[in-house]
Design a protein around this ligand. Structure first.
Ligand SMILES: [Zn+2]
Length: 267
């Protein structure tokens, strides 16, 4: 049979028990997107594969095409992100990043910028100088951009005018910021496509713009006060929940999501 075997590099997004001694892996690859494969015998203590298919591990894999599920036949660790594993808080953030990617990316949808973002973020998470919560906010904004949900933070989503440096409004439903003028003068029109309108402070808007447009090497030096950080975190959580909910209209995706959430709880 031709092309029965293929090589990929992958990050293990999720793993769950399968059968007696196997693991079902959800892998994220730069060229093939998200895929699933079985690591046979990976739960046996004697398995040579198990260490190379741990959660979040970046590995080089040789995979055999199967009739139903593909099978990992060879695995070699490229990066185990060891510094990350020594710190429970950072490990918790790694779960969060992997879960976000798993939920926003559908199977076999190639998206190499997301792969690079995840790979680099796992490396940065292990560095002492990294504030994990700040990295999570950076990751959220970048991920939204790479999956086509970039929030509009520079002009009003309703009228298109550049935003004034004042407090404005934010709506996940509308896809970004709406200025005071539109909210005050066209409240009914605005309400049609911005059912979740909420205030956004100038500080939070500036922080989100910075996170959206700068590279991590600049962002990492950012020192947000707790109040601003919490505001950005809350806005982004609502934004993410809004877009996941919209995707949940697809029944298939709903099932995937439930499976990933329950596997996440078990892990
Ligand atoms: Zn406007």
């Amino acid at each position: 049979m031709r092309d029965r075997l293929y090589r990929v590099e992958a990050i293990v997004l999720k793993r769950s028990d399968f059968g007696e001694a196997d693991r079902l892996l959800t892998l994220y690859t730069p060229d093939l997107g998200k895929l699933r494969a079985i690591a046979k015998g990976a739960r046996k203590p004697s398995s040579r594969k198990s260490g190379h298919v741990e959660l979040f591990t970046h590995s080089a894999l040789l995979i055999a095409k199967g009739r139903h599920l593909d099978i990992v036949t060879q695995a070699d660790t490229l990066d185990a992100f060891l510094p990350l594993r020594e710190n429970l808080e950072r490990l918790g953030f790694a779960y969060y990043l992997a879960e976000l990617v798993d939920q926003f990316i559908e199977e076999a949808a190639e998206n190499s910028p997301v792969f690079d973002l995840l790979l680099h973020s796992l490396q940065w998470l292990g560095e002492d100088a990294t504030a994990p919560a700040l990295l999570a906010r950076f990751f959220e904004l970048r991920l939204m951009q790479y999956v086509g949900y970039r929030p509009q933070l520079f002009s009003c989503v309703h009228c298109g005018a550049p935003l004034e440096p004042v407090d404005n409004y934010f709506s996940a439903d509308a896809g970004g910021v709406i200025d005071q003028k539109c909210v005050e003068t066209q409240r009914e029109k605005v309400a049609e496509h911005a059912r979740d309108l909420q205030p956004i402070s100038l500080n939070a808007l500036k922080a989100m713009r910075y996170l959206q447009t700068r590279e991590w090497v600049s962002v990492r030096a950012l020192r947000l006060n707790a109040e601003t950080h919490t505001e950005v975190e809350t806005l982004m959580q609502r934004y993410i929940a809004h877009h996941l909910e919209r995707n949940l209209k697809s029944v298939e995706f709903l099932r995937e999501l439930r499976a990933s959430v329950s596997a996440g709880r078990q892990a």
